[in-house]
Design a protein around this ligand. Structure first.
Ligand code: 6PG
Length: 301
């Protein structure tokens, strides 16, 4: 996981006025289907977690919402369960199988060092079927040993959208030890993308796209959905060490091709980590190899 660029003295923040790099490592990995996308993204997340925990003692991740990441979260939870088995009582197997089994799980991230945030949230209660927090809780958080104090949901029951956004920004500032005008440097921001090219809750034509360079979180009204959202800003996303898109489904094909052509009218195309890596995992429905000839096309063996 490349992690170039200047860190602030704390290593967890970057100044809001940091110069933006114009180019970024574009790593596009195309897989046969959503299951393979989820498996490959899980591998990358666990490796990023391992590196962050070794380097800084913690892994600070912003989870994506929507439906695509659910399978990824379920796989992460299953890997954790495997790890617990490996460190718990393993059924008596022949020596080789035991070694193989333990080696297979040794690299699994230590979830107790994960600090979980959210890239965005729908303005609904935490137990609402549309809640991104509920989806992540059901698929992952209820199944891994992350201390509750290290899970930071966007508390949509804590006031108006603006108040909730301000509260979440304050939580992030506290957890990252930010000074004035500093942005958090997430180890990894996980993103999905809508058919209209939105990402997180940065929708085309909304005020969230125009957030200031030192705004961490904003509330935004999405007229076409007749709803409010709370979202990380481009500035925060682009300050991350690593940004990972997971995209699947033929309905994403036009937007994915446009984003990779750099069509800045689509919000997802404005994700350019200034000092970080950008990886896009997509399935063949969302990204035909014709759309990105240089993509690494990984087909089932
Ligand atoms: C949300 C997400 C959003 C999502 C896209 C894709 O709250 O809806 O954060 O950005 O990633 O809408 O959603 P699907 O994965 O369901 O296609």
């Amino acid at each position: 996981m490349n992690d170039g660029g200047a860190d602030s003295k704390r290593g967890d923040a970057t100044r809001a006025d940091s110069p933006r790099a114009d180019s970024f490592a574009r790593d596009v990995r195309v897989y046969a289907g959503p299951e393979e996308v989820a498996e490959a993204a899980a591998d990358l997340l666990l490796e990023a977690a391992r590196e962050a925990i070794v380097a800084r003692g913690a892994f600070r991740i912003a989870l994506a919402g929507g439906s695509t990441p659910r399978r990824l979260y379920e796989i992460l939870a299953a890997r954790a369960t495997t790890q617990e088995t490996a460190t718990g009582a393993i059924p008596v197997l022949d020596a080789a199988a035991t070694i193989r089994h333990s080696r297979a799980t040794r690299s699994t991230a230590r979830f107790e060092a994960w600090h979980v945030f959210f890239g965005d949230e729908r303005f609904v209660p935490a137990d609402h079927p549309d809640s991104n927090y509920r989806m992540a809780r059901e698929a992952l958080l209820d199944h891994v040993e992350i201390p509750p104090a290290q899970v930071h949901r966007i508390e949509t029951d804590a006031g108006t959208p603006g108040e909730v956004a301000a509260r979440y920004a304050a939580t992030i500032a506290r957890e990252f030890g930010l000074g004035d005008r500093e942005l958090p440097r997430f180890d990894l921001v996980l993103l999905g993308m809508g058919a209209d090219g939105h990402t997180a809750s940065l929708f085309p034509g909304t005020t969230a796209l125009d957030a200031g360079p030192d705004e961490i979180v904003v509330a935004t009204q999405v007229e076409k959905l007749d709803s409010w959202r709370v979202t990380l800003t481009f500035a925060t996303i682009n300050a991350a060490r690593s940004v990972v898109f997971v995209i699947a489904g033929v309905e994403k094909r036009d937007a994915a091709a446009s984003v990779l052509r750099g069509d800045g009218t689509l919000p997802a195309a404005r994700v350019h980590p200034a000092y970080g890596s950008l990886v896009m995992f997509a399935d063949r429905d969302a990204l035909s190899s014709a759309a990105m000839p240089r993509a690494r096309v990984v087909l089932p063996t």
